[in-house]
Design a protein around this ligand. Structure first.
Ligand code: FES
Length: 225
């Protein structure tokens, strides 16, 4: 099987494609393939050239941290949850997320997700929950990995602009539900950085690895007084 990877040495350099041959198990995840390619003493391209190890990030390898988010065969995906046997075809393409600055190869800088939350004071602080709030949905919204896949597919999200996307919207609901004294401030931030711009394509929900129904967070937040 051929794996084509869009590589970049550093943020300033031009991206370039490099192809590799993989003859490991088809049961492997794409994360396993990247590991397999890097494991050899010499990393060699499909046309026999020695090259550098492929830069990519992972932590949990079980779909729980979001570190391995990248674009696989054109689809924003977690590499550790995407399996070679499910991709079909003789070739797999792997690219970094396009909506975030590339650090190296498949590693992107997604710190803007956290920075946007800090900048708008969207954090719980003192726990002052509302009575009767939906704890089940709070638990679901709290599963957000901040992996950035929802932002990668969002037609409204551009890095560095004032629309912060679904990861922000879910945290706004969570914080407003858990600290009633901050709800007014959080709703204002939500409207400014999400509500007034979201065009409801809801493609964010299609790619979310934790299957968070952002539309429910939006509806619940809108109902909070
Ligand atoms: S390594 Fe944690 S989600 Fe893939």
């Amino acid at each position: 099987m051929r794996i084509k990877i869009l590589r970049r040495r550093d943020p300033e350099s031009e991206p370039y494609w490099e192809a590799f041959d993989y003859d490991g198990p088809a049961e492997s995840s794409v994360a396993g393939v990247l590991d397999w390619l890097n494991y050899h003493d010499d990393v060699v391209t499909a046309d026999g050239r020695k090259t550098t190890r492929i830069g990519w990030e992972c932590s949990c390898l079980q779909g729980m941290c979001g570190a391995c988010a990248m674009v696989i065969n054109g689809v924003p995906s977690l590499a550790c949850e995407t399996f070679v046997k499910d991709l079909g075809g003789p070739e797999i393409t792997v690219e970094p997320l396009k909506k975030f600055p590339v650090v190296r190869d498949l590693i992107t800088d997604r710190s803007s997700i956290q920075e946007n939350l800090k900048r708008t004071d969207v954090y719980i602080g003192e726990y002052r929950p509302r009575s009767g709030e939906d704890h089940e949905h709070q638990y679901t919204a709290a599963k957000c990995l901040k992996c950035g896949l929802c932002l990668e597919v969002c037609p409204n999200y551009t890095s560095g602009k004032s629309f912060f996307g679904a990861a922000f919207a879910n945290d706004c609901y969570l914080v407003a539900a858990r600290n009633r004294e901050k709800a007014g401030q959080i709703k204002a931030a939500y409207n400014e950085h999400f509500g007034k711009t979201c065009s409801k394509s809801l493609s964010c929900m299609d790619v979310c690895p934790m299957k968070i129904p952002t539309i429910a967070s939006m509806a619940k937040l809108n109902k909070l007084k």
